[in-house]
Design a protein around this ligand. Structure first.
Ligand code: SF4
Length: 479
């Protein structure tokens, strides 16, 4: 199947070569002799720029792999079935540097992070490859003709594009970038080549809501009717926001956004046969309105972006869904080792599986009994969704414990942005001996909160459960 040749040849200088972090036992790579720690220099004669190129080469039936190990170069010639996994996990997604964003949006949450967090959290990416791989949104202000050619040739679809406004002046004003005015021409080009594109509008009250939002809806209908779907989401505000023009929505403003989306859903449905635009769950909470019925989400195309999560969670919790609505990330869901998107976006956390208890909690004195009362830890937005579900059970041994996000403050109510410090403070006020459930979305793949703490640092034993209604129901019924 394979053979190994020791060669003496220098790797290209200056490359950010990916490193093999794991080799599956018995895999073609393992049988060839590839080892964890090997630095990948070339695959099939080319220096891969990212995991997309790497995976395409690794999927071929014959893989010529040049690696560097301990200062020496090795070459492996591996034969396998086309499409069969090579069995190699690599260390990152982009090998030639993530393309960073040259916008300066006032609403950017990265500008609203406190100082001193890990460096990767401050990385503003605007890289279509991360859009394809992880669903990150790109503004296309740095997109080029060569990028378009690659996207079309390699069918990098779907992509996720930040629209914000179709009016060129409003858009360039929001991005604080003159190129923002014209870069939606790339969106038109992508759609013309049948690339599936999901759009996003971050609504900033007083900037692109009201008449501007309605105008954007008209612009989408007129210029981009072939978009797959468009998420309308509110800006996030942390207590570190320094932009006076950026503020929270009032209830009336949130209601106006919901109304515009509802009205335009009817227009899109009548003209295009689909609703096209969807408001984030957060809007219905802010507007103090019920969530739309599940059928109005048309299969939840933007579930990852907080659109319809309350309805899918409810259906899962009540046993009306056979499986949880998972995260779909194109064919790279099957990449050997998808790197943690949090390393790139900082704010999207990976979803580790399984459940367990801490191994080294410092102040734990009691493990809860199986029939102990249960506390469900969740962000304030999650609590608004989960509380009615728990009440419907009629059990007085279960309570929802909203964790207020003092770390970020502002309107940061999503569970995925909870820090260990806030969870710890909340738990410290809760009794010993109860069961505490914590959604895994709070933790990175490495089991850390955003502030670096782990569950071992918490003052109570917690059970980590997957962030869906099926897992919650199962945890409530059987510890
Ligand atoms: S919000 Fe996005 S596009 Fe705007 S500055 Fe931040 S990273 Fe860049």
């Amino acid at each position: 199947m394979s053979d190994t040749v020791h060669i003496e040849r220098a790797a290209p200088s200056g490359s950010l070569a990916p490193v093999v972090v794991a080799v599956a036992t018995g895999s073609p790579a393992a049988l060839a002799g590839v080892q964890a720690g090997d630095e990948i220099v070339r695959v099939n004669g080319d220096v891969p720029r990212d995991i997309i190129e790497w995976q395409m080469a690794a999927d071929e039936a014959e893989v010529e792999l040049d690696v560097r190990r301990g200062g020496l170069d090795f070459a492996f010639s591996i034969e396998k079935r086309a499409g069969e996994s090579l069995g190699v996990d690599v260390s990152s997604a982009v090998f030639d540097r993530v393309r960073t964003c040259d916008n300066h949006c006032e609403f950017c949450f990265i500008y609203q992070l406190p100082k001193g967090m890990r460096r990767s959290l401050y990385l503003k990416d605007d890289d279509y490859r991360l859009s394809f791989l992880y669903g990150n949104f790109t503004t296309l202000t740095r997109f080029t003709e060569a990028d378009l050619e690659r996207v079309i040739t390699e069918r990098l679809s779907p992509l996720h594009v930040s629209i914000h406004a179709t009016d060129p002046d409003v858009r360039s004003h929001m991005l604080k970038n003159p190129r923002g005015a014209m870069s939606l021409r790339w969106l038109r080009a992508l759609l013309d080549h049948d690339i599936v594109v999901r759009g996003q509008i971050v609504v900033c009250p007083g900037v692109n809501d009201g008449a501007v939002l309605a105008d954007t809806m008209a612009g989408i209908l007129d210029r981009f009717p072939d978009l797959d779907s468009v998420a309308v989401v509110p800006l996030g505000i942390s207590k570190f926001n320094g932009e006076a023009a950026m503020r929270l929505h009032t209830v009336a403003e949130a209601q106006a956004v919901v109304d515009i989306v509802d009205d335009w859903q009817d227009v899109f449905l009548a003209t295009l046969g689909k609703r096209m635009v969807y408001a984030a769950d957060e809007y219905y909470l802010m507007a103090q309105r019920p969530f739309p019925p599940a059928e109005r989400y048309d299969g939840f195309p933007m579930h990852e972006d907080g659109i319809g999560m309350a309805r899918t969670f409810e259906a899962e919790f009540h046993g009306r869904a056979d499986e949880a609505t998972g995260v779909r990330r194109g064919f790279f869901a099957a990449v050997d080792a998808p790197p943690n998107p949090a390393a790139y976006t900082g704010l999207r956390t990976g979803v580790p599986c399984g459940s367990g208890a801490p191994t080294g909690a410092s102040t734990i004195s009691l493990r809860p009994r199986r029939n102990a009362p249960i506390g469900i830890l969740t962000g304030e937005l999650g609590a608004a969704v989960i509380t009615p579900l728990i009440e419907s059970l009629g059990r007085d041994d279960i309570r929802v414990i909203p964790v207020s996000n003092d770390f970020f403050g502002g309107n940061t109510g999503v569970t995925g942005l909870l820090t260990g410090d806030d969870v710890s403070r909340t738990l410290a006020a809760q009794p010993q001996g109860h069961r505490y459930l914590l959604p895994d979305v709070c933790l990175s793949d490495e089991g850390r909160f955003l502030d670096g703490l782990t569950i071992a640092d918490l003052p109570r034993v917690v059970e980590i459960i997957e962030t869906d209604g099926i897992a919650l129901r199962a945890a409530l019924e059987q510890p």
